[in-house]
Design a protein around this ligand. Structure first.
Ligand SMILES: CC(C)(COP(=O)(O)OP(=O)(O)OC[C@H]1O[C@@H](n2cnc3c(N)ncnc32)[C@H](O)[C@@H]1OP(=O)(O)O)[C@@H](O)C(=O)NCCC(=O)NCCS
Length: 179
């Protein structure tokens, strides 16, 4: 594996859709095994995800970032934009939301998640969105990553997902920089 010094984060383009889709499917299958139904995870398909990501990236309704590491190419991605109001308590102060944040299983634990989260928070701040939140399945150990990076648990909810209902937590940051 290459050194972190070779890692860079840049804005994603439509030509990154296949690489993002591959990470999307691999991380969902590893992170959500035993949480989401097997049949749902097995049905995930890179070509279909690539089509969805290409249309997402072409529309540019949200900002999407990729982390590239040396010869490996894209090893993680994250996306963010305006907070989805239906998903937060009334009068919640956070104006930005991190919609996705995934690092390929072989590259986790090397700091890519941290720099992708920073990229999202910086982008949200530049767009004038004060504060940010992210929803994470309560059973996903990734919530400890958000706690490690200063996220404060601010809300819980139960969401219908893949034919099941699962508890989720929201983590939030009030200030624009990650500590
Ligand atoms: C969660 C995820 C994005 C974190 O990215 P990462 O590159 O592995 O994390 P980093 O190496 O940047 O870790 C930054 C810090 O958080 C800590 N951390 C990372 N994952 C952690 C976890 N699950 N529990 C506790 N601490 C964690 C690291 O130890 C590191 O701490 P340090 O400041 O002492 O060095 C990544 O592991 C991932 O993609 N997981 C699977 C998909 C997923 O669940 N995504 C979130 C969906 S809401």
């Amino acid at each position: 594996m290459d050194d972190m010094a070779t890692t860079r984060v840049r804005r994603a383009t439509a030509s990154d859709a296949s690489a993002i889709a591959a990470i999307h499917v691999a991380t969902w299958r590893s992170a959500y095994a035993g949480i989401l139904p097997d049949r749902y995870l097995l049905a995930l398909a890179e070509p279909r995800q690539a089509i969805q990501w290409r249309s997402h990236l072409t529309a540019r309704a949200e900002s999407t970032w990729v982390a590239e590491e040396g010869r490996a190419g894209i090893v993680g991605f994250a996306s963010c934009g305006a907070v989805r109001r239906a998903s937060v308590p009334a009068h919640a102060p956070w104006q930005g939301e991190i919609y996705t944040l995934y690092v390929a299983p072989d590259y986790q634990g090397n700091g890519h998640g941290r720099i992708l989260l920073e990229a999202c928070r910086t982008a949200l701040a530049r767009e004038g969105r004060a504060g940010a939140l992210v929803w994470v399945l309560a059973a996903n150990p990734a919530r400890f990553f958000y706690e490690r990076l200063g996220g404060r648990r601010v809300a819980v909810r139960t969401e219908a997902f893949a034919g099941t209902r699962l508890p989720e937590c929201a983590y939030a940051w009030d200030s624009p920089s990650v500590h």
